[in-house]
Design a protein around this ligand. Structure first.
Ligand SMILES: NC(=O)c1ccc[n+]([C@@H]2O[C@H](COP(=O)([O-])OP(=O)(O)OC[C@H]3O[C@@H](n4cnc5c(N)ncnc54)[C@H](OP(=O)(O)O)[C@@H]3O)[C@@H](O)[C@H]2O)c1
Length: 340
């Protein structure tokens, strides 16, 4: 079963503009987005709570329209998320999720991104036991019918809750989850389930916030105090893998493949995930205005690596996925009280 290919293999992620990754310069950030766009990266992953990310898309749209016209602008796709959140309680207890409420939330994103329709609205939910989940989904579907949302996706749902949603007949285009050598839980069942239900898997964290790169090969273990927000999360996962030495072994395996195919360790770490099946894309985060890896990430899209090269890494993914699933809980449990 082949999913209609509306997703690029590589999508650029914007969580890094939401804070905790260094101070960004807004106008440089948008110019850098334009450079990514002109280099062929047309698809962006963001969220309503990623600081100025939705506004940046609005700015980028203006720039592309002015410089390149409507045709070029039509290539830009912005996949935002709706994460219903009360920042204090992480929960919106008194909200009824009526059509008006949901539409008001979506209208905010439409306005910020300066679009009439959201290309892909990825929905996050905190508590599976709360039946308002389905009311929210019903109303997202109504907004899809009304033309305000093109496609509906999900993010960080457990397998069980995803199955319930699909069995109830909701049309879900994609599911965004963490999937990398440092967190392979998706490989147990989620990967197959999504593939067989025509749900495109959008994998984030594939280069472990930059840890899976040449920069960290043969380097000493970093101190916690020197890590940014994303690195902090992935360093904890590296510790669960078996620690820094074990991680260095993984980097060596990646480096051997990278050397053979004139690629970088990051390329190989992402390619491993991309090649899991034809309905997977990777989201690679960018610390806009602070660091960019455009050239290296272009190389990812050009790589062709025989499946057998990944045998050792795939075995690692499979064995590690089961251990981590027992240890951490199902996908998304880190957003539901787990320690990571
Ligand atoms: N749905 C969710 O709950 C969720 C959660 C997390 C993330 N996400 C999405 O996924 C995106 C990416 O995931 P992530 O935040 O875990 O980050 P990631 O993609 O694993 O790592 C991004 C970092 O890797 C480094 N990098 C990127 N390309 C590189 C290359 N070619 N070579 C070497 N280093 C490279 C950069 O670090 P330096 O800047 O230090 O060089 C960059 O900031 C986010 O931006 C967000 O859109 C979604």
């Amino acid at each position: 079963m082949e999913i209609e290919k509306s997703f690029a293999p590589t999508i650029i992620g914007m969580w890094q503009v939401s804070g905790g990754h260094g101070k960004i310069d807004n106008s440089h950030a948008v110019e850098e987005m334009y450079r990514y766009f002109k280099s062929g990266f047309h698809q962006w992953d963001l969220a309503d709570h990623y600081g100025p990310a939705e506004d940046f898309i609005g700015e980028l749209r203006k720039i592309i329209l002015e410089r390149d016209g409507e045709n070029e602008l039509s290539k830009l796709k912005a996949f935002t998320k709706w994460v219903p959140t009360d920042l204090k309680t992480r929960w919106t207890l008194n909200v009824d999720y009526s059509l008006k409420y949901v539409e008001d939330q979506i209208d905010i994103s439409l306005k910020r991104m300066n679009v009439e329709k959201i290309d892909l609205l990825q929905f996050h939910w905190w508590d599976y036991e709360d039946p308002r989940l389905y009311k929210a989904l019903d109303n997202l579907q109504k907004l899809n019918e009304k033309g305000k949302i093109d496609q509906i996706g999900l993010t960080n749902f457990s397998l069980e809750s995803l199955k319930k949603i699909i069995e109830k007949g909701y049309k879900i285009t994609s599911h965004q989850v963490r999937f990398s050598l440092t967190d392979a839980r998706v490989k147990t069942e989620m990967l197959e389930y999504c593939y067989h239900h025509n749900i495109h898997l959008l994998a984030f964290g594939t280069i472990a916030s930059g840890f899976l790169s040449n920069r960290w090969l043969n380097q000493n273990e970093p101190l916690e105090k020197d890590l940014n927000r994303g690195q902090f999360v992935h360093k904890k996962l590296i510790d669960r893998l078996g620690g820094w030495e074990k991680f260095q072994e993984l980097l060596c395996i990646l480096n051997k493949i990278a050397f053979k195919y004139k690629a970088s360790i990051s390329n190989i770490a992402s390619k491993l995930i991309l090649d899991q099946n034809s309905s997977t894309s990777v989201i690679i985060g960018a610390r806009l205005s602070l660091s960019e890896h455009i050239k290296d990430n272009i190389n990812l899209n050009l790589l062709n690596i025989p499946e057998a090269e990944f045998d050792t890494l795939n075995e690692f993914l499979t064995s590690h996925s089961k251990i981590l699933l027992e240890d951490l809980g199902d996908i998304g449990s880190e957003y539901r009280g787990s320690s990571l």
